[in-house]
Design a protein around this ligand. Sequence first.
Ligand SMILES: CSC[C@@H](O)[C@@H](O)C(=O)COP(=O)(O)O
Length: 364
Amino acid sequence: MADLRLPALRWAEPPEGPVLVLLDQTRLPAEEAELVCTDVPGLVAAIQSLAVRGAPLLGIAGAYGVALAAVRGYDVTEAARQLAEARPTAVNLAYGVGRARDAYRSAGGDGAAAARAALAEARALHREDAQGSERMAGAGLGLLSELLPGGGYRLLTHCNTGALISGAHGTAFAVVRAAHLAGELRRLWVDETRPLLQGARLTAYEAAREGMPYAVLPDAAAGSLFAAGEVDAVLIGADRIAADGSVANKIGSYPLAVLAKHHGVPFIVVAPVSTVDLATRDGAAIQIEHRPGQEVTEVRPGVPVAPVGAQAYNPAFDVTPPELVTAIVTERGVVAPVDHGNLTNVCSETRSSESGTGSGMMKA
Ligand SMILES: CSC[C@@H](O)[C@@H](O)C(=O)COP(=O)(O)O
């Protein structure tokens, strides 16, 4: 079964008024339950609790959140500010919020027509994400066949990057899925992704629904897997890519990049151009979200594993420097991140170039 029974997110207009309906990711895989957001504080809470999460979907949710504020007659500027600040690392959130807010302002900044413009922009972003996901899947599969001509890939992924974070099949997971559909996926290694288990709970859920050959491993077991020669490539998504090609992604991505380099394995980042932030100079300038210590000291909310009062270090993301990244797959093609001109070029490509799914490294 290819697709989720419930979409990751949908706009609905029941008689009581428009709402944004989220598939509550905190309850997966035990149950597919929806969470209905009627206002911006509710959506901000859903973003912060990770009921809705993953960089591309945060952008889409943020855009719909602005539309929700607009159609319900709230202060759109303030709503946009609250949404954009809900989580700091994934640049897509501020990007999606900004697009809907700008559309609202361009349509007069008040009233029904402006609200319709914000909603239309959110829907456009949602569609673009779906189209971009398909292009990344094609480009990523092309890259895999170039890098690993023998086929039969054993791929390692981290966190969750599939249909749960996308209007289609996601970022890195869309490439894995394309490999599976092409009959070339021998094994998907799924990092459990401590502490919130996006891999064990969500990626395994998606892989199972797709009928993939997959196995979950503790993050700390990745080294032994590389040492045993069981990994052909690492595929991850990104929350923000700085101008120098540094990649912020879920905590635990950087150690995988170091392992991949040590073992001569390609480390591939799959992300839409909206994740590239040319205004952030380098990795050191990326703001990393730090989350409550209880996510580490408790095995689940209210069930402690560490002694009472234990301190915790709980960054949600880390930064992988460009020299450890083999390639960045975008919807506009594949770039080598160490050459700074490549990222600038791929971001400034005209939309007409988006029809291409070429997997060749773009020249700076
Ligand atoms: C979904 S594409 C890339 C990233 O957003 C993803 O890998 C990730 O790190 C998500 O983190 P999360 O804290 O679950 O929102």
